[in-house]
Design a protein around this ligand. Structure first.
Ligand code: SF4
Length: 337
């Protein structure tokens, strides 16, 4: 690990100022410290934001919920209002990592976590994300965990978060403080596709700090499911995950649908136009399969991961059936019903 300067931020303005001068934020440290130990990241200055007053989870006047950037994943998953109003988010959080990691990891850090591409972590191989312009070791390499949607010739990595897939489906908004003041970023505009600049995971500017995440009032608590398919049920990142949320009319037809995918792209994958196809339909496997085809349009395998296309198709249908039936995937018994 390289030497670095450590300082503790006193308030948000201090944190932003320090980051504007080349500092990197650290809170739970569950991703950044690993990256530093592996020499993947070599920050010269760490700005510890863990003592900032950003850990509250509180209701908004419009019926939504504000989640502080430093709220721990475990606290968020078990928060009474999250369990009641946003069980999809709680379920996704419980599908991720281990209890120890969830006790340390923060909401902001989860948004910022970096890909688990093997080659990104292996400094003996080229990686455009780690070292722009060096090439991509994954292209033509071992691609079991890589993207089937939205990839570029420069990077085929996927975003690893479970929490973010649920937040994408719920239509969250990210609150940010920066050198130019405060702003909000719609969730779908926060993470980015790799294009020709895969070193950038998101659209944050220099020195900008995530202060929190707002959820809208509609939490789809009646009909939801977070289905995560992984190599080891005990603990692994998603090969494919699906956050499915439905609002049903009294006659059982679909009023509104939200579906986001994890493990398939450089960001949680959602297509609102495809979701609108489901409005007015009666829930059923044929309708859901048609939707899956639309959501996966353009999906392309990279060799080892071609199985993900069919896997994603089946997982979308299963998650939507679970949501429609009001029988969400259990994260305690991880077997798929
Ligand atoms: Fe790096 Fe992206 Fe290629 Fe992985 S897929 S080696 S992260 S450029």
């Amino acid at each position: 690990m390289n030497p670095f300067r450590y300082e503790r931020a006193l308030d948000v303005d201090h944190a932003v100022q320090a980051a504007s001068q080349g500092g990197r934020f650290i809170a739970g440290g569950t991703n950044l410290l690993d990256l530093m130990k592996e020499n993947v990241e070599r920050p010269r200055r760490l700005v510890d934001i863990s003592r900032l007053n950003l850990d509250r989870i509180e209701p908004l006047s419009d019926g939504g919920l504000r989640i502080g950037a430093l709220a721990r994943n475990a606290d968020l998953a078990g928060h009474p209002q999250v369990l009641r109003q946003y069980p999809l988010l709680s379920s996704a959080l419980m599908a991720g990592a281990s209890p120890q990691l969830r006790n340390m990891a923060t909401t902001g850090g989860n948004l910022m976590q970096r890909t688990r591409c093997y080659y990104f972590y292996d400094t003996a191989t080229p990686c455009n994300k780690r070292s722009p312009g060096s090439g991509c070791g994954a292209v033509g390499g071992c691609t079991r965990i890589h993207a089937i949607l939205g990839a570029s010739e420069h990077c085929i990595a996927v975003h690893p978060s479970d929490m973010c897939v649920a937040m994408a489906a719920l239509g969250a908004t990210i609150n940010v403080a920066g050198p130019q003041g405060r702003r909000t970023i719609p969730f779908e505009e926060f993470h980015r596709l790799p294009g020709d600049a895969p070193q950038y995971d998101n659209t944050l500017g220099e020195g900008e700090l995530i202060t929190g995440v707002d959820l809208p009032a509609e939490g789809f608590a009646g009909h939801y499911s977070y289905l995560k398919i992984r190599d080891r049920l005990s603990y692994a990142f998603a090969l494919v995950s699906v956050a499915a949320a439905l609002r049903l009319e009294d006659d059982g037809r679909i009023a509104e649908a939200r579906v986001a995918l994890g493990g398939v792209a450089h960001k949680p994958w959602r297509l609102p136009d495809a979701e609108r196809m489901l409005a007015g339909e009666t829930p059923g496997s044929r309708v859901f399969a048609r939707f899956a085809d639309a959501l996966l349009e353009g999906a392309t395998g990279q060799g080892d991961n071609e199985f993900k296309i069919e896997l994603a198709c089946r997982a979308i249908v299963r998650a939507l059936e679970q949501a429609a039936n009001g029988t969400p995937q259990s994260q305690v018994d991880k077997r798929i019903a």
